[in-house]
Design a binder for this molecule. Structure first.
Ligand SMILES: Cc1cc2nc3c(=O)[nH]c(=O)nc-3n(C[C@H](O)[C@H](O)[C@H](O)COP(=O)(O)OP(=O)(O)OC[C@H]3O[C@@H](n4cnc5c(N)ncnc54)[C@H](O)[C@@H]3O)c2cc1C
Ligand code: SF4
Length: 496
């Protein structure tokens, strides 16, 4: 059905239906449903079709949002999918987990004028889920095959996006990952209630169907050095993400019962995938029947809190040293966590983990926000004499991630890194100072977002294409200049 645009005057913003907290907190399935075809068309028709689309400018992929909204409103979903997938290798994943309030939807003119933004993420998810249902999503098919090979280290969204782009350009691509499954944090970090695992698995299968070689359980540093991979491939892309967790540094942080967020989430995700995880079975990484305290205020902390609720914890508390308005995590996820029963203890910081042979409680102190520092954020300050104790059998530190020491890990001291430990690359080509070695995603930016990893992966693929094209034309030129010389040598040999 064709609809007129600019229907925001008539239609309110609606989000895809959300399951009630009581229903959803007993399982790991996604909490948001999808739009119906009519619902998506109606919501898409609210778009103002701005001359300067701020949504597009603020989408890291510069998705052509107004066009695919217009096509959706006209019922032309296959064309909407073609436009949407032209700039994004996983639109249905971004539609589900991008923090739209900080990106496209937050910049929508309708949001700024208080009409409520177009539900861009929900429509994006609808378009591509419909495309999957109708068989419109196909593996990339190169127009011509090329002989050059590219090795990609890391099968997260950055590596996956680069693999698909490079395969489409005709290169022979191998994706190496140290885990047993491809997907990176899409599989082992982000819980199923935000992103169900089969949504990622069908993207991985698409890569295999396109001819990308997937090598799991292959750790660079253990199974090969970077130099060995570089010698094997015409170019190498590092997309290894950031995995060194910042831990708690308070007394008692070493007690049994204190764990790092990603260990906890990985165990839970593996269980969700049907794996047997001994640390979950024996209760070490299982919140069932426990008082859980999560320290931190980002998206990882929200995921731990909501996982603990689903595992059947007795109580789930979040200690965060700033207030709600100053949290780094998405407000949408905070609201979801509150609905599910998480108790937020704002303006509080741990001083010690208490217990004799295992954690039994966290001693914390109240904070207030002082003057802003050079970054503009108010600095939390301790309120003297405000100590309090929270019972805790399971304490989870969700304090962020840093890059691992890649030069040591990869046996490559020449790999250029920044003072933050991220890989240093040219911002446009994504190539490092090592010839033919590129990098993309969190390992370049530090902990970031899926949509930025996809963008980097696509940019790196372009950089690799230019690099390999230049190499190919160089060897063509030297072959042409070498030809007359060898012809002359052959003629001389005949004469003599
Ligand atoms: C708990 C959690 C929740 C998040 N929620 C969101 C969200 O809701 N929305 C959002 O946009 N972003 C979210 N993020 C951030 C997002 O997941 C990352 O920004 C994104 O996955 C980065 O992609 P990447 O490809 O750079 O790295 P990763 O996804 O980390 O993938 C890197 C891959 O490299 C592999 N690898 C590492 N070292 C080696 C090696 N030596 N050899 C071989 N393989 C190696 C790893 O096994 C991994 O598979 C979340 C992150 C976490 C931790
Ligand atoms: S990729 Fe993310 S930021 Fe871009 S349009 Fe989709 S949801 Fe919005």
């Amino acid at each position: 059905m064709a609809r007129k645009m600019l229907q925001f005057t008539r239609l309110e913003k609606e989000m895809p239906a959300k399951r009630a907290a009581e229903d959803r907190k007993g399982d790991f399935q996604e909490i948001y449903g999808g739009f119906t075809e009519d619902g998506a068309g109606d919501q898409a028709s609210r778009c103002e079709q701005c001359g300067i689309p701020f949504c597009q400018i603020h989408c890291p992929l510069q998705n052509n949002i107004p066009d695919w909204l217009m096509l959706t409103a006209s019922g032309r979903l296959e064309e909407a999918y073609a436009v949407s997938s032209a700039t994004n290798n996983m639109p249905e994943i971004c539609g589900r987990i991008c923090p739209q309030d900080r990106l496209c939807e937050g910049s929508c003119v309708l949001e700024q004028s208080r009409h409520g933004s177009v539900s861009i993420g929900g429509v994006e998810k609808h378009i591509t889920d419909t495309a999957w249902e109708n068989g419109w999503v196909k593996p990339v098919k190169p127009v011509t095959e090329r002989s050059e090979t590219v090795g990609i280290i890391g099968g997260g969204p950055g590596g996956m996006a680069a693999a698909e782009q490079l395969r489409g350009m005709g290169f022979q691509v191998t994706l190496y990952d140290r885990y047993d499954r491809i997907g990176g944090l899409l599989v082992y970090g982000i819980p199923g209630f935000k992103l169900e695992k089969d949504v990622v698995a069908r993207r991985v299968k698409l890569l295999a169907d396109a001819g990308v070689t997937l090598k799991t359980d292959f750790e660079v540093g253990r199974d090969a050095t970077l130099a060995e991979l570089r010698a094997k491939h015409d170019a190498v892309l590092i997309a290894t993400g950031v995995y060194k967790a910042r831990g708690l540094t308070v007394p008692g942080a070493g007690l049994p019962g204190v764990h790092r967020a990603l260990d906890y989430l990985t165990a839970s995700n593996k269980v969700d995938l049907g794996d047997t995880v001994p640390e979950y079975e024996d209760g070490t990484l299982n919140a069932k029947g426990k008082n859980v305290v999560v320290v931190g205020g980002g998206d990882t902390a929200m995921d731990c809190l909501r996982t603990a609720i689903r595992q059947g914890a007795t109580s789930v508390k979040c200690l965060y040293r700033r207030n709600q308005a100053n949290m780094p995590g998405s407000q949408r996820e905070v609201a979801n966590a509150m609905e599910e029963g998480v108790d937020f203890v704002w303006l509080s910081a741990p001083e010690a983990v208490l217990g004799d042979d295992k954690a039994t409680a966290v001693r914390a102190v109240r904070m207030r926000l002082g003057v802003a520092d050079a970054t503009g954020r108010q600095v939390p300050q301790v309120i003297e004499g405000s100590e309090f104790t929270e019972p805790a059998d399971l304490v989870i530190a969700a304090l962020g991630f840093e890059p691992e020491d890649l030069p040591t890990l990869f046996g490559e001291p020449k790999l250029p890194i920044t003072r933050w430990g991220t890989v240093q690359v040219d911002p446009v080509t994504k190539m490092s100072d090592m010839d033919g070695v590129f990098a993309a995603g969190d390992i370049v930016r530090g902990a970031s977002l899926v949509v930025w990893a996809v963008r980097d992966g696509r940019d790196a693929a372009e950089g690799i294409l230019r690099y390999l094209d230049a190499k190919a034309s160089q060897s063509e030129t030297s072959a042409q200049t070498a030809e007359p010389a060898s012809k002359l040598a052959a003629e001389l040999a005949q004469v003599s």
